[in-house]
Design a protein. Structure first.
Length: 527
């Protein structure tokens, strides 16, 4: 923005383009209406009056600049509050997003917990069912073992009985064979004896054939004597034959019994092999079910481990969110304290500015009181001036012409010249001081505006977070005091909005004051 001053065009690139200043006519409105349209007698006192007016204007501008400078400091603090409020809003948006994420994680945790409970119930049901199946299979296995032991014991008894019968049969057969051989040997011996006896009997018959007739009567019983007698050997042979036949029949019955027992044994062995195959199948099925059960247990343990890890992560995130919430609460409290301090400082500065304004008004009244009231009585008696005021409706306080009609003497003219020269020196000294003060104030204002622009560029206002659905504010649920602090913060935002509304006016006044100070400085340098 470029403006035309008394000394030429000046550019102020570091000021805001939206700044406007008060009109120069406002300075005349602050003066008393009785001093308007006043014309004085033109002499050396006219220059003194102009210098006094310029001094007053410079002091008034310095006062305005001081006020605007202090307001600028307050506005910088207000801008800082605004930036902090925007950052607080951004952090609240982050807290809202974190609360939504945490709520979704809570719902997910609840669903996972319900799934875990369902899986646990299903696992318990399957464990009970498989335990029941295992118990039934184990009972069947025990029954099969008992039946196998019974069949084995029965087979052993049958085998032992058959072995006993076979040994008894063999022993009896051996005894019968021995008896038969002994009987046959005895029979052969008897037959040989009988044959010998018959041969001996024939020879004796041939020899005694002549005397048979003679001795017929005596040997009537010879035929009876020659008939074979029933011997105990023949009787024992018959009994042995009968016993042999009975033994053969018994052996046949034993063989038939042994065949039936062998058939029963083969049947038992077949049943045993079937039972072993069935037991083997049941054992394989049991091993498969046990392996699947172990796999299910491993999967359940892994799932429980993952769930516990997830719960631990969620608890850790929740603790982090709590810590962040506490930190944000502490920062919000610090911001509230800082806002309270800024308000106190604002009130103090307002009181100070009010007191300065009263002092300036008092000094203004003192400066515009006629000079004769401040001079001693001796001088007023010596200098007998008759001043006439001619009011002109076109005149103002800055371009008034003073017409003084006096009757002075040479001595009075010399005294007036001396006093005016002294006052001129004083005013020139004051003007030099004011010029240095104005230069320092302009430099400070330039630095202040540069710092303000750098701060506004380095801290841009963050974008407002727009959400369609109101999130679940977990920070309020965790710390209810944040709601009250948020209400206080809204009040601070309202006060800050009003402060921003006055910021434009103050900035406009600040820029115009700087321009007026520069123009006044150029005018003072020209004079």
């Amino acid at each position: 923005m470029a403006e035309q001053g008394p000394s030429g065009p000046r550019s102020f690139a570091n000021f805001d383009e939206s700044v406007s200043f008060a009109e120069p006519q406002l300075r005349s409105e602050m003066l008393d209406d009785s001093f308007k349209n006043v014309r004085f007698v033109q002499d050396q006192s006219e220059e003194l009056a102009k210098l006094r007016i310029d001094n007053f204007n410079l002091r008034l501008l310095c006062h305005k600049y001081d006020e605007v400078f202090k307001r600028g400091q307050i506005e910088n603090a207000g801008l800082r509050i605004y930036n902090l409020e925007q950052e607080n809003m951004k952090i609240r948006g982050q807290l809202d997003r974190a609360s939504r994420i945490l709520s979704s994680l809570k719902h997910e945790n609840e669903s996972l917990r319900n799934d875990n409970e369902k899986l646990t119930e299903n696992l318990e049901i399957s464990v009970n069912e498989w335990q029941r199946k295992y118990d039934s299979l184990f009972a069947d296995f025990q029954k099969l073992k008992v039946s196998e032991r019974r069949s084995e014991s029965r087979c052993e008894v049958i085998e032992s009985e058959s072995f006993r019968l076979e040994t008894a049969k063999n022993a009896e057969l051996s005894t019968l064979q021995q008896m038969l051989t002994s009987a046959e040997s005895k029979i052969t011996l008897l037959e040989t004896e009988i044959a010998e006896l018959r041969s001996k009997g024939n020879t004796s018959i041939d020899r005694l054939s002549g005397c048979i007739d003679v001795e017929d009567k005596e040997n009537v019983d010879l035929n009876d004597l020659l008939t074979p007698l029933s011997s105990p050997l023949k009787m024992s042979r018959g009994s042995l034959l009968r016993r042999y036949v009975a033994a053969q029949e018994m052996l046949k019955s034993l063989n038939s019994n042994c065949d039936s027992l062998s058939i029963n044994l083969s049947n038992c062995r077949h049943e045993l092999s079937i039972s072993e195959n069935k037991f083997r199948l049941l054992l394989e099925q049991y091993n498969d079910e046990k392996a699947s059960h172990l796999r299910d247990l491993e999967q359940r343990d892994e799932l429980e481990k993952n769930l516990h890890d997830r719960i631990a992560d969620l608890l850790r995130d929740c603790s982090d969110k709590d810590e962040l919430n506490e930190e944000l609460t502490g920062e919000l409290k610090q911001l509230k304290e800082f806002d309270a301090r800024i308000k106190e400082e604002h009130l103090r500065q307002l009181n100070k500015l009010h007191s300065l304004l009263e002092d300036r008004e008092r000094a203004l009244l003192e400066m515009y009181v006629p000079e004769a009231t401040h001079t001693p009585t001796e001088e007023s008696e010596v200098v007998a001036e008759v001043t006439q005021y001619h009011h002109d409706p076109d005149s103002s306080i800055f371009n008034s012409n003073v017409d003084v009609v006096t009757k002075e003497k040479a001595e009075e003219q010399q005294m007036t010249d001396v006093t005016s020269y002294v006052e001129m020196n004083k005013l020139q000294h004051e003007v030099a001081l004011l010029r240095s003060k104005l230069v320092t104030q302009i430099k400070a204002n330039t630095r202040l505006k540069a710092a303000f622009n750098a701060l506004s560029e380095s801290n841009p206002p963050p974008q407002k977070v727009v959400t369609d659905n109101p999130p679940v504010n977990i920070s309020i649920s965790l710390n209810p005091s944040i709601l009250e602090e948020a209400g206080n913060t809204s009040q601070v935002n309202e006060s800050f909005a009003s402060l921003l509304n006055s910021n434009k006016k103050v900035s406009q006044t600040l820029d115009r004051t700087v321009n007026e100070l520069k123009s006044a400085l150029s005018r003072v340098e020209a004079e």
